[in-house]
Design a protein around this ligand. Sequence first.
Ligand SMILES: CC(C)(COP(=O)(O)OP(=O)(O)OC[C@H]1O[C@@H](n2cnc3c(N)ncnc32)[C@H](O)[C@@H]1OP(=O)(O)O)[C@@H](O)C(=O)NCCC(=O)NCCS
Length: 130
Amino acid sequence: MPPAEQPPGSEPALRIFAMPKDSNANGDVFGGWVMANMDLAGAVPAVVRAGGRIATVAVNGMRFHQPISVGDLVTCYAEITATGKTSITVLVETWAKRRLTSDQVKVTEGTFVYVAIDKNGVKRTLPPSA
Ligand SMILES: CC(C)(COP(=O)(O)OP(=O)(O)OC[C@H]1O[C@@H](n2cnc3c(N)ncnc32)[C@H](O)[C@@H]1OP(=O)(O)O)[C@@H](O)C(=O)NCCC(=O)NCCS
């Protein structure tokens, strides 16, 4: 059997418990809750890279591999994979630590694209990378 996939070694961008209010009647967490938290997680490196305000312009390739259950500890990892003139592309992986075990599984992944904006909400050129 191949070795189980491991979470990224990088520092998580966000950790949160899935609570009953986040779930549907089956006890599985709403996909919209997962996406909202992934958007927040992806914004962490994007804000730093943009040196200020950003807006989400696109979400691409969302894949829900496995459900998240109430009580799971949800961890999002976010890594910048590309930058353009105004945009920052971030791969976000979401892992769940199941409530009564130590198992960690990748539950969701997607690519979030952010655009650097000014105080009027108009796109602006990214500053040079540090
Ligand atoms: C974000 C916003 C300011 C961008 O302005 P715009 O004039 O539409 O920008 P553009 O079409 O020129 O695209 C800007 C960048 O995003 C990229 N982009 C746009 N749509 C994209 C998509 N579907 N996938 C990947 N990248 C995309 C462009 O390639 C461009 O990148 P680059 O400058 O690095 O080459 C504007 O679309 C906006 O305000 N959207 C609403 C944002 C929002 O409310 N988000 C939700 C809450 S944060």
